[in-house]
Design a protein around this ligand. Structure first.
Ligand code: NAP
Length: 318
């Protein structure tokens, strides 16, 4: 099939595009060509690159037509963040594609309630990102159910893999947290460290897209969580990282209002976003309908990322 991927050189595309090529598909990547995949792979030579700035073309109203003119059988939209963006693409592709796969986020749920959260639970998103992603999901599912548009939405957790900084046990992205744990130094966590995070390896996200393509009947008109088999508490995550480095865990806890003043505004904002959601999602639906079988636990994914941080001088652990 001719598969168009919009934004295929990022975390997920690094794994997904080579798998699509290896499966025999003709792959066209649409991006600005400002970023290269995180890992080299000879299959990229077979990928046609089309340089496009989606934001600019959407404003001009030409983006949907641009994708449609490439006559795709399948469109994978990795970078849809606004309802209007989804609408423009669907209007242009209606009746033309066999499968339309959109990358969502587990943030569509808002704060966790009954855990593990299932896809069936009502959406109560907060923050523009989660609200827009939930609106996109709602729209695509309605298009599928009422108008036969062949949409599937895949909702990843915190994507990890070698090449970028993983979400850390304090709920933000400053890699110094890993250095502290590696040296057995004190790490302060908000509240009791019992709030949760739910990672997924980018390779497993790629797997979910491949499995959705392979299981068209079960996938169309559905959305799926794509996370590791189990979420982690911040405390459990910190303990596992310290242990991995052969160090005792030296944790201290502070109420949120005090803790937030111990880190930068950027860090506290990232942590708040993560602990206010405290995701803990079920993969039962993806296992049952797509045969999704994540290769990585949360910690296995993070360990691989942290090894990359060490080997590339991003953290110093001695
Ligand atoms: N990161 C996470 O932890 C996380 C968690 C849950 C869900 N998600 C979802 O995952 C998706 C992102 O996937 P990813 O993490 O694999 O992507 P990514 O690493 O952020 O890469 C973005 C891709 O889109 C391209 N791109 C960015 N802006 C563009 C534009 N204006 N026009 C055309 N191409 C553009 C980039 O290439 P150029 O820069 O060269 O254009 C690159 O190929 C999003 O839908 C996000 O909501 C991410």
């Amino acid at each position: 099939m001719r598969v168009i991927i919009i934004g295929g050189t990022g975390h997920v595309g690094t794994y997904l595009v080579p798998e699509l090529v290896e499966a025999g598909h003709e792959v066209i990547n649409l991006s600005r060509q400002q970023h290269q995949p995180y890992q080299a792979n000879s299959t990229w030579k077979k990928v046609r690159q089309v340089i496009v700035d989606r934001d600019l073309e959407e404003i001009a109203g030409t983006f949907g037509g641009r994708v449609s003119e490439l006559h795709p059988d399948v469109v994978i939209d990795m970078i849809c963040f606004k309802l209007e963006s989804a609408r423009q693409l669907v209007e242009a592709l209606r009746g033309q594609v066999q499968h339309f796969l959109s990358c969502g986020t587990i943030w569509v749920h808002g704060p966790s309630k009954v855990v593990p959260t299932t896809e069936q639970q009502p959406r109560e998103p907060f923050g523009d990102y989660g609200i827009q992603k939930a609106a996109i999901e709602d729209y695509l599912l309605e298009q599928a159910h009422r108008h036969g548009f062949p949409a599937t939405i895949l909702h990843p957790g915190h994507i990890v893999g070698p090449g970028w900084v993983p979400l850390n046990p304090a709920g933000h992205f400053n890699p110094v947290v890993f250095e502290k744990l590696a040296r057995g130094e004190e790490l302060t966590l908000p509240n009791l460290g019992m709030e949760t995070v739910h990672h997924v390896h980018a390779d497993d996200v790629a797997q979910s897209f491949m499995k959705a393509l392979a299981n068209w009947n079960a996938a169309v008109g559905e959305s799926f969580h794509v996370v590791s088999p189990a979420a982690l508490t911040l405390r459990g995550y910190a303990e596992a990282i310290a242990d991995w480095f052969g160090q005792p865990t030296n944790l201290r806890y502070l109420p949120w209002e005090e803790w937030r003043n111990t880190v930068t505004v950027e860090e506290s904002s990232a942590t708040w976003d993560h602990i206010a959601h405290s995701p803990n999602c079920s993969i039962a639906k993806a296992e049952r309908l797509l045969d999704y079988r994540p290769r990585y636990s949360s910690l296995q994914g993070v360990f691989e990322s942290v090894e990359w941080l060490m080997h590339n001088g991003k953290i110093i652990v001695k």
